[in-house]
Design a protein around this ligand. Structure first.
Ligand SMILES: Cc1cc2nc3c(=O)[nH]c(=O)nc-3n(C[C@H](O)[C@H](O)[C@H](O)COP(=O)(O)O)c2cc1C
Length: 353
């Protein structure tokens, strides 16, 4: 292990802060192995639950990469840096037993790489999800990801996916899982409800060991040529623009929960130093999903190398910079007064200065 790259999420030590998030590219064993071989410290399996409807939704998935003027760009695994991903997805089509078997096989391979393969559950029926969680633990899972933030939940059939919007709701769900299993639970929360801090507190109080902030937003993109919705529906949306919003969620959660409660960043990591940006905002590790899906597994290696170079150049360590910028954020009221300074930013002709 490279000592400057290691990072801790509670009792779990990771060899570096770069994780491959759950998505279609890690739906099968080959994808998970590729992510591990690219150096990811953890790979989150494509999520599952017991709902046939959620499973079937994958057959209706569709994906569009949009540039910053909302034009669709080619899917050639070399996305432009400003590309956003607009898509609808579904859960893994695998039967649960086959998925569990894949967990055991790939996590054994992960151990050879000092890494983790992490099962990801998106509850539909809570009792069934708890049974599934117990079975992942019995199958040898070392951590469970619980996603209670499925962006597509409102578009899917009633009850097929969980999108929990209240802190009390998150706490209730977490408490049930906490009673049922002993392995660490990392919970992914939504950024769509405007109360991320409440959700994070609910997760911690319910017994989560780490909180992942935050799930993607839902969006609608009209096509000006056809006058129809791009992809025909609402869909999940993420891009480089999401990074500062996620960073603020991290800063706020750190302020509320304290520096010792582990946070994971998701939503917006694209270019090479984005993992550093998330660390500086308070995340101890970062999931990269869309960037890997649209750009290939080499994106993980590129990010790991960039983080390593940055830490070497700054003579520091990953764990030492977690929250460094977050802890320096000031209030508006603390800023020096500069009367009239704002005029510098007003275009010619619009001010009588
Ligand atoms: C195509 C696609 C499929 C996804 N599937 C899942 C999933 O099955 N389970 C899950 O927890 N998150 C899923 N996500 C969410 C991602 O893991 C991640 O949290 C989100 O995309 C934001 O991170 P990013 O900006 O790195 O993409 C998916 C995202 C995309 C784009």
């Amino acid at each position: 292990m490279n000592a400057r790259m290691t990072t801790e999420l509670g009792a779990i030590e990771l060899k570096n802060p770069v994780m491959c998030g759950s998505g279609e590219m890690v739906i099968d064993e080959a994808g998970i192995r590729s992510a591990l071989e690219a150096g990811a410290a953890a790979v989150f399996m494509k999520s599952t639950n017991e709902s046939d409807v959620a499973r079937a939704q994958l057959a209706r998935s569709d994906y569009a990469l949009l540039d910053s003027e909302w034009r669709e760009v080619d899917w050639d695994f070399r996305p432009p840096p400003d590309a956003s991903l607009f898509c609808r997805s579904g859960l893994t089509p695998q039967p649960f037993d086959a998925w569990l078997e894949m967990l055991a096989t790939t996590d054994a391979y992960a151990r050879e790489h000092d890494a983790f393969v992490i099962p990801s559950l998106i509850p539909a029926d809570l009792d069934t999800a708890i049974t599934y969680a117990r079975r992942t633990e019995e199958a040898g899972a070392r951590v469970l990801e619980l996603n209670v933030a499925a962006s597509h939940a409102d578009e899917a059939s009633q009850g097929a996916l969980t999108l929990e919007r209240s802190g009390d709701g998150v706490k209730r769900i977490l408490s049930r899982f906490r009673e049922a299993i002993d392995i660490p639970i990392w919970v992914k929360l939504t950024g769509q409800s405007g109360n991320v801090t409440e959700l994070a507190k609910g997760a911690r109080d319910g017994g989560a060991d780490a909180v992942t902030l935050a799930g993607r937003f839902m969006a609608f993109v009209p096509d000006v040529e056809t006058m129809r919705p791009v992809l025909g529906t609402h869909a999940g949306f993420g891009g480089p623009w999401a990074l500062p919003i996620t960073c603020r969620f991290l800063v706020e959660a750190r302020k509320e929960l304290g520096a010792s409660f582990p946070l994971i960043g998701t939503n917006g990591a694209r270019s090479r130093l984005d993992v550093i940006r998330f660390l500086l905002s308070g995340a101890s590790a970062v999931q990269m999903t869309s960037a890997v899906f649209a750009g290939g597994f080499g994106v993980l290696r590129g990010s790991i190398d960039a983080v390593d170079r940055y830490l070497e150049e700054h003579a520091t360590e990953a764990s030492a910079i977690v929250g460094a910028a977050a802890d320096r954020v000031a209030t508006y009221a603390e800023q020096e007064e500069r009367p009239g300074y704002w005029r510098k930013f007003v275009p010619e002709g619009s001010s009588d200065a």
